[in-house]
Design a protein around this ligand. Structure first.
Ligand code: TRH
Length: 382
């Protein structure tokens, strides 16, 4: 007997910090709506950081349609609505009791998933898809873990992403117009282009000095945000804003506006090396196929170091030792370790190999599509 496809989806997102939570939810919402024909309602408890990646969003409107997704402000007093067939709570956010009661009251119970944070650690495989029955109601929530192996939920990837990346990376004219649109001059011979999306970082000053004093010209593209004040201080400025350009020695920094989410990929595709952070930009850098350096979101208990090591080990698996250790050393130095100058030099020496590896790594991961896995699993448990 065929199971009918669920066609409505409610995604709930609480914005903890930064852009990652809403970044992931917005990406998933669009993919379910655009690629799988779902009617998606995205419930968000704070529309302000969302507005940075979706310029047409009106943060004062409690309900609006944007790009075929209904965006709803999730307030304490949530209106009574009919729950969707597929309900996704992102990152362990707590659904309203009234909504849970309405789910339980439905004749055909919704599929209820908790979308978890991304980790490359081994334990993810054994926790992925675990059920959590509701203590009182006839409802079961399932944990859905993104990840890097076939036994996990995979990664968010749009169906045509790698094809679009390849077209862009092979099209010099498209890249030139991209740089022009940002008011960044065309590439000079022998120049290295680096995007730098990071939190505050103790190694920032030394990294900038390494580039300034290095033999190769470095153009650093810096999206506005948390790293900007440190770079402003490095260049002995009073403040910085999108459009500012500072140059010293062999380093030139262009401050970029925070662009809408779908345009951030082009920056990653166009640069030679990408510094990324958190969760979603780290995944996008992997799809870009270019060498990348990950600054993990720091947690007070230090558990993030294990998470960092887990991805580094998986990513570098199979690489010759000198290449793997170049990646490891730079990731560690950028996450609280020492000697970023030396680590950068060793990484740069291995860049050709890391570059080739990046494309193969993206290819290898791309078959494990989170949205497809999530829908398959929803059918199984419906
Ligand atoms: O903003 P983040 O630091 O988010 C973090 C992490 O997700 C972390 O895991 C989570 O626990 C914490 O928030 C609360 O980094 P992340 O995940 O890379 O999210 C950034 C988003 O911003 C991503 O979707 C890409 C997007 N982006 C743009 O849309 N435009 C831009 O110009 C840039 C630089 C990023």
């Amino acid at each position: 007997m065929g199971v009918s496809l669920p066609r409505g989806c409610d995604i709930f997102c609480t914005v903890v910090d930064n852009f990652g939570d809403i970044g992931v939810c917005w990406r998933l919402a669009r993919q379910l709506a655009h690629e799988h024909g779902f009617t998606v309602r995205l419930w968000v408890d704070n529309l302000h950081s969302f507005g940075n990646m979706l310029p047409e969003l009106d943060a004062d409107l409690p309900a609006q349609m944007c790009r075929s997704v209904e965006i709803r402000l999730w307030e304490d007093a949530m209106p009574l609505v009919e729950p969707a067939d597929l309900v996704i709570g992102a990152f362990a956010c707590k659904l309203p009791e009234s909504y849970i009661a309405a789910m339980a009251a439905r004749k055909a119970k919704p599929v209820w998933l908790n979308l978890e944070y991304l980790s490359a650690e081994d334990w993810v495989e054994t926790h992925h898809q675990l059920p959590s029955p509701h203590p009182q109601l006839a409802l079961t929530k399932y944990f859905f873990f993104p990840g890097f192996t076939p036994k996990t939920g995979g990664l968010l990837i749009e169906h045509d992403l790698l094809a679009r990346r390849d077209v862009f990376q092979q099209d010099e004219e498209a890249q030139s117009s991209y740089w022009q649109s940002l008011n960044v001059p065309p590439r000079a011979a022998n120049e290295l282009r680096v995007s730098l999306f990071s939190y505050e970082n103790e190694a920032m000053h030394e990294l900038l000095r390494t580039w300034e004093q290095g033999a190769q010209p470095v153009t650093c593209l810096l999206p506005e945000g948390r790293a900007l004040p440190q770079v402003v201080r490095y260049f002995e400025q009073q403040f910085g804003k999108a459009g500012d350009v500072w140059q010293r020695g062999n380093l030139r920094v262009h401050v970029l506006p925070f662009v809408e989410q779908s345009l951030y990929d082009e920056l990653l595709w166009a640069c030679d090396v990408n510094f990324v952070r958190g969760e979603d930009s780290c995944v996008r850098a992997q799809w870009a196929g270019k060498p990348f350096i990950w600054q993990i979101y720091p947690q007070h208990d230090g558990v993030h170091q294990e998470k960092l090591a887990a991805l580094q080990v998986r990513y570098a698996d199979g690489l010759p030792e000198e290449v793997a250790s170049a990646v490891r050393d730079l990731w560690l130095a950028w996450n609280g370790g020492a000697d970023i100058a030396g680590a950068w030099g060793r990484f740069d020496d291995q860049r050709d190999q890391i570059d080739k590896h990046g494309l193969a790594w993206a290819e290898q991961l791309s078959g494990n599509n989170l949205a497809l896995n999530l829908l398959d699993f929803s059918h199984q448990v419906a």
